[in-house]
Write a protein that binds this ligand. Structure first.
Ligand SMILES: [Zn+2]
Length: 267
């Protein structure tokens, strides 16, 4: 009898020890996951806190509208040093570029004003990888990469935003090509920047957008103030686009769009 009680007590003791060990292990793992510096390191929000300059580079002199909420936050609210670079120019947009740069406290650089227009002679299938590469190569041959390298070395921005090279969400071959050229310019200029691709979301709804598929690493929420900054910049260009006009003028339509700017860290 005494032997049996001892055996039972021993078993209870062993089971308790195993249970306690498992609980301790789970607690340690959870704590480690929550406090691991890896998780908090280098998120875009952290980078925003320790930076003071930002550059947007896109092919068209209106593309900054895709990041206008984030630019509004950095350039207006945080008083960053801001530069907007457009590869091409459009005489119809000169006034809007002025309004946009004044509103965002940014310098607007149109590369075509500096080195002229570059003729594209690419005849592969539209939006194919071959055509995107052909556009990027034409721009590089025309001196665009060199000029961007010069601007990067001169301005030394802490953060650079561009489109993504594959345009996984809304494919625009010139947007994708510009991203390839900028990536090359950053690599060649050897400037140390935090480079992020923006995943185009201006007109997307939650239902139409698959965040996981987009490879997003950082999501920046636009509160009412930042959303209004974005709509202000969109309004400067809306005269040219019926879809943007609708976005600016229809509050219900606005409400249905994603109030976020979504980014992918470039590794
Ligand atoms: Zn564009």
């Amino acid at each position: 009898m005494t032997k049996n009680i001892k055996r039972i007590l021993l078993l209870v003791l062993i089971y308790s020890a195993i249970l306690a060990g498992t609980i301790i292990l789970i607690v340690v793992l959870v704590l480690d996951k929550n406090t691991s510096p890896k998780d908090n390191e280098n998120t875009l929000s952290d980078i925003f806190k320790t930076s003071s300059s930002v550059m947007w580079i896109g092919p068209h002199p209106d593309d900054e509208l895709f990041v206008a909420g984030t630019l509004g936050y950095l350039c207006k609210d945080l008083d960053y040093n801001c530069t907007i670079v457009a590869i091409g120019e459009n005489p119809d947009f000169i006034e809007a570029n002025k309004q946009s740069s004044q509103f965002l406290n940014a310098e607007y650089i149109r590369l075509a004003d500096r080195i002229g227009k570059i003729r594209l002679d690419c005849h592969y299938k539209k939006n194919s990888k071959e055509n995107i590469d052909c556009i990027a190569e034409s721009w590089i041959a025309g001196g665009i990469e060199q000029e961007i390298t010069k601007i990067l070395s001169e301005k030394k921005p802490d953060i650079v935003f561009t489109f993504e090279p594959e345009s996984t969400i809304e494919l625009s071959q010139t947007h994708a090509a510009s991203s390839i050229v900028v990536k090359k310019a950053i690599d060649d200029s050897k400037v140390s920047v935090h480079h992020y691709y923006v995943i185009q979301t201006t007109l997307l709804t939650e239902e139409s957008f698959d965040k996981d598929k987009s490879g997003a690493t950082d999501v920046f929420d636009l509160d009412t103030n930042l959303w209004n900054y974005k709509m202000q910049v969109v309004s400067f260009y809306s005269f040219h686009y019926p879809s943007l006009e609708k976005l600016v003028n229809n509050k219900t339509y606005q409400q249905e769009r994603i109030h976020q700017e979504i980014f992918r860290k470039v590794i």
